[in-house]
Write a protein that binds this ligand. Structure first.
Ligand code: PEP
Length: 249
């Protein structure tokens, strides 16, 4: 019912030369994928990635977008600028941005609105820290992050939104949430969206990925879970053979 979506998050990796090599190697390896395939790259690689993937099944995403249309925001990039490049998706609210760059639930919501207004599809990241999990706060945190991210977002936009459940303790650590824990936690997110809109809308329209050390070894088990609609892949997206094994799980 929901088309799976596997997205790579390159983070601050790959020059233009490295992008050319990686994308060229990746294209034939993922051409028959059943899942939707996305690569989210640094701003400086977007034009190259879009150009190389024209006519293929790979879509390109950015890793952030500013909420304002334009103006005095030195160093920032607007939705219009991304659309002009041919970008389709944009990661919003990644835990590294929340941790290092002052991202809040409110700025996440502002970015989501700006992206949707220009036709970009947000991949909204939510997830608890280890401290929050150990403190029994998983539900409270995810309900808050999800509710704030979707504030004032129209029901018609739901099909253009992807959520990535990324437990912070599993990102780049090699620790993966068990398939059951990932599934149960994603259910909390889907139920929250169901309460905000309608259960059927959450069930049919919103794809929710798991992210956190997903790799060729654990992808099958995670993707077999009914609530998991795909993955947001960091480390394993930087090598074409690894990423293709995840994509073709
Ligand atoms: C991420 O950065 O979104 C991520 C999931 O990273 P990794 O796969 O390396 O844990």
């Amino acid at each position: 019912m929901r088309t799976p979506i596997i997205a790579g998050n390159w983070k601050m990796n790959n020059t233009i030369a490295a992008t050319k090599a990686l994308v060229t190697e990746l294209i034939p390896l993922v051409k028959d994928a059943k899942a939707e395939v996305v690569i989210c790259t640094p701003y400086t690689d977007l034009a190259t990635a879009v150009e190389l993937t024209k006519g293929t099944n790979i879509k390109v995403g950015a890793e952030n977008v500013h909420w304002a249309e334009k103006g005095a925001f030195t160093g920032e990039i607007s939705a219009d600028m991304l659309v002009e490049l041919g970008v389709t998706y944009v990661i919003i609210g990644h835990s590294e941005r929340r941790q290092y760059f002052g991202e809040t639930d409110q700025t996440v919501n502002a970015r989501v609105k700006a992206a949707l207004a220009k036709g970009l599809k947000p991949i909204i990241c939510v997830g608890e820290t280890l401290e929050e999990r150990e403190g029994g706060k998983v539900e409270e945190v995810l309900v808050r992050q999800t509710t704030e991210a979707f504030k004032d977002i129209a029901k018609e936009d739901l099909e253009n939104i992807v959520v990535a459940y990324e437990p912070v303790w599993a990102i780049g650590t090699g620790k993966t949430a068990t398939a059951e824990v990932a599934n149960d936690t994603i259910k909390i997110i889907r139920d929250t969206i169901g309460k905000l809109y309608c259960p059927k809308c959450a069930e049919e329209k919103v794809r929710i990925q798991y992210g956190g050390s997903m790799n060729p070894k654990n992808v099958k088990e995670l993707m077999a879970m009914p609530e998991i609609d795909g993955g947001l892949i960091g480390g394993a997206s930087l090598k074409a053979p690894d990423f293709s094994l995840v994509v073709n799980y």
